[in-house]
Design a protein around this ligand. Structure first.
Ligand SMILES: *Cc1c(COP(=O)(O)O)cnc(C)c1O
Length: 386
């Protein structure tokens, strides 16, 4: 089966991890701060907090922004469940904003409409909005940021798909239009640390808070303490935090992987261009790109033009799978998940997202995908659709 995505581990990555195994620190050593510094240089951000997953990063980002019971967080229905779950972890409520039919990202026009209506009805406005850079293409961050100034919400960019991507010529993660950006380093994403994630910000207070929440809410920084130190052993717990730390092994792998980010991204861009060329005659909609965005191409999503073919979405999907093409679907709209329907959401509430879901298929795209594999995907899809 040709997978839809997969990691690329080379000898340098392996050596980096083995060096850590032979060193004094398996956790809480020098590699995590060095990985954070490397993330800052790739993302043009001032602070980075590395954690054990993007899910943890979303959680501590919400906590650092003060999300708690009674608060409201908005995100897109076309995302992995973690982008919504983080609000619920904090005791807050979640709601969704429908997607743009061209980019499949959270739609700034729908966002504005929903904000206006909510304000008119004197209902609570969101404390945080979480736009997700689906497939690696940035949301229209300038428009979303403009609305945040008008309506007073904070922004967490879920850039799990998007490290190495750009928006208006700047690296995603620079937080020019947001408070915090989070990344995932799960093996299917652009770079990997096995499990892992990070949050970037330019606000030193948010960075300090996220670092606290990452490690039990404990500090050894006297400036943050409520009373003088009792001695050299002393630390204080000043928040209810977690153990969301990244290990030294993961950080070393991350540093090594990040040294190849340009290579990863340029190959993905190239593969996407070849897909665009070779698939353009098929009865499918190819991924559209905003001109101010340069995608990292985590995913290559096509939409079937169901009116032009005799097969159903499910038939095409299953024929691809049974022909050894490991296609996938990103994502099932979060609001129709049973857990979310239990909270009161209903099918039909976000029609653009639901229509996307009925037609979308993610094709294989990964580093070192061979020409033979690539041809097999194109030929199989062409045969099935003809
Ligand atoms: C993968 C992913 C996450 C969760 O990442 P983990 O590192 O597995 O916790 C969150 N949001 C989006 C959009 C993702 O794709």
């Amino acid at each position: 089966m040709i997978p839809y995505g997969k990691q690329d581990i080379n000898q340098q990555d392996i050596d980096a991890v083995i060096d850590v195994l032979r060193s004094d620190f398996l956790t809480q050593g020098p590699k995590v701060p060095l990985f954070e510094k490397t993330i800052n240089s790739v993302c043009s951000s001032q602070y980075a907090v590395a954690v054990n997953s993007a899910t943890s990063a979303l959680h501590i980002a919400c906590l650092a922004l003060g999300v708690s019971q009674g608060d409201l967080v908005w995100t897109t229905p076309i995302t992995f469940v973690a982008s919504a779950n983080c609000a619920l972890y904090c005791g807050a409520s979640i709601d969704f904003v429908d997607i743009d039919p061209d980019t499949y990202n959270l739609c700034p026009i729908q966002l504005e409409k929903k904000l206006q209506q909510t304000k008119q009805l004197k209902q609570p406005l969101p404390k945080v909005v979480i736009p997700v850079h689906l497939c690696g293409q940035s949301c229209d961050m300038q428009a979303i940021h403009q609305l945040s100034l008008e309506y007073g919400f904070s922004i967490i960019e879920d850039a799990s798909h998007a490290i190495g991507g750009k928006y208006q010529e700047h690296p995603i993660g620079n937080c020019l239009y947001s408070d915090i950006t989070i990344f995932s380093f799960h093996p299917v994403k652009i770079i990997t640390t096995a499990e892992g994630g990070a949050a970037t910000t330019n606000d030193p207070q948010l960075a300090d808070k996220m670092a606290l929440f990452r490690s039990h809410g404990i500090t050894r920084d006297e400036n943050l303490m409520t009373e003088p130190s009792h001695g050299a052993w002393y630390y204080q717990q000043i928040e209810l935090g977690f153990n969301y730390r990244m290990t030294e092994l993961q950080a070393a792998l991350g540093i090594s992987q990040l040294s190849r980010i340009n290579e990863f991204i340029s190959e993905r861009i190239q593969l996407a261009e070849v897909y665009n060329q070779q698939l353009k005659k098929l009865p499918i909609t190819l991924p559209k790109q905003l001109k101010e965005s340069s995608s990292s191409w985590h995913l290559y999503v096509i939409q079937l033009q169901l009116g032009k073919i005799t097969k159903t979405h499910q038939q095409v999907f299953e024929q691809l799978r049974s022909s050894g093409i490991g296609v996938n679907l990103h994502y099932i709209p979060v609001h129709i998940q049973p857990y979310y329907q239990e909270l009161g959401f209903k099918p039909g509430q976000f029609p653009v997202a639901e229509s996307y879901y009925r037609q979308a298929i993610s094709l294989p795209l990964f580093h070192h995908m061979s020409e033979k594999q690539f041809k097999r995907v194109v030929n199989t899809l062409t045969d099935i659709l003809e």
